[in-house]
Design a protein around this ligand. Structure first.
Ligand code: ADE
Ligand code: ZN
Length: 341
């Protein structure tokens, strides 16, 4: 990798738009919280955890993801988790994050919605004050659970509209297509939450289409399988619907055989508003800049592509339009500085 590409990846201001906070739980913190909260895990050491992180598909990962998060019990735990992520990506020049959280995975095991939200929000506020990182929160509905339970989460979210900006749909895609959640998405939109959804990660292009048509999403998380459908690609390009892609996640969940098969460049070349993200960085072997580095090499991206991806991350964000230009200007300034050497 050239010095210029390396410096650009390190220093370009970036937004991350596809990040599950529970997926940032590093093995060290998992083991420490297990001890602090007296939770039994099938791991004794960091090496045991690393050994277990071999996935053949999304469900393999989700099983360990839900087990791992059982150590998160108090508001302080959620704060510590979120703060650790923010400190890490501050070093990656991240300046804005739109973060998913999965409240049903916590309320289901007796942890109150407010405990989860309180810990995350206090860390996000600290990051705004101390690191200059801005944020929006996206509450995800778990698609493997019945829609009634999603309605319970929505009822909680309605009490915290000052902190929750959007709703999403995650967990097992196979067998749980978007139309199962038509009613709760309609209710969420009526309450003013912006809709997004995971679609086309393991499921067909049809899931992307129904996420758009039935859930009326404004952004598609992953969206890989859309590329198999030329009419859908044309529609996404025309509407400027963003795709939040996650290269290392796709690799580790065997959605792609090699990182060179990541659809990011193909999607850019087709005129899509594509962004690069880490998804669950602690489980997939890399944070935001690791994802940029992996595809830069494997897809032979040039410096213009890297700059486009950084700009796309703000263009595709839920930052008000009037504030986006400031972020684009900050990118141009860094490019100028990096080129001066
Ligand atoms: N929850 C956390 N990470 C996820 C992913 N990659 N796909 C679906 N649900 C998730
Ligand atoms: Zn995801």
């Amino acid at each position: 990798m050239t010095d210029l590409a390396n410096a650009l990846i390190d220093r370009l201001p970036k937004a991350e738009l596809h990040l599950h906070i529970e997926g940032t739980l590093e093995p060290e913190l998992m083991l420490a919280l297990a001890k602090r909260n007296n939770v039994k895990l099938p791991y004794e050491t960091v090496e045991d955890v690393a050994k277990a992180y071999e996935f053949d598909c999304l469900q393999d990962f989700l099983d360990l993801y839900y087990m791992g998060m059982s150590v998160l019990q108090t508001e302080q735990d959620f704060h510590d988790l979120t703060w650790a992520y923010l400190l890490k990506v501050h070093a990656d020049s991240l300046t804005h994050v739109e973060m998913f959280f999965d409240p049903q995975a916590h309320t289901d095991r007796g942890v109150a919605f407010e405990t989860v939200l309180g810990g995350i929000v206090s860390a996000l506020e600290k990051a705004k004050n101390e690191l200059g990182i801005t944020s929006k929160l996206i509450m995800c509905f778990l698609r493997h659970l019945p829609e009634e339970q999603a309605f319970d989460a929505l009822e909680c979210a309605c009490k915290h509209k000052d902190h929750i900006h959007a709703v999403g749909l995650d967990s097992s895609e196979k067998g749980f297509p978007p139309p199962l959640f038509e009613r709760v998405f309609e209710a969420s939109r009526k309450e003013g939450f912006i809709p997004v959804a995971h679609a086309g990660e393991e499921g067909p292009a049809e899931n992307v289409r129904t996420a758009l048509d039935v859930l009326k999403v404004e952004r598609v998380d992953h969206g890989n399988s859309a590329l198999t459908d030329p009419a859908l690609v044309q529609r996404l390009a025309k509407q400027r619907t963003p795709l939040t892609m996650c290269p290392l996640s796709n690799l580790r969940l065997k959605g792609i055989p090699t990182i060179g098969d990541s659809p990011v460049k193909k999607a850019m070349d087709a005129g899509l508003l594509v962004t690069v993200n880490s998804d669950d960085p602690s489980y997939f072997g890399g944070y935001l800049n690791d994802n940029y580095r992996a595809i830069h090499k494997a897809l032979d991206l040039d410096e213009h592509d890297l700059i486009t991806l950084a700009k796309n991350s703000f263009a595709a964000s839920f930052i008000p339009d009037r504030e986006k230009q400031g972020h684009i200007d900050a990118i141009d300034k860094v490019v100028e500085d990096v080129k001066k050497g």
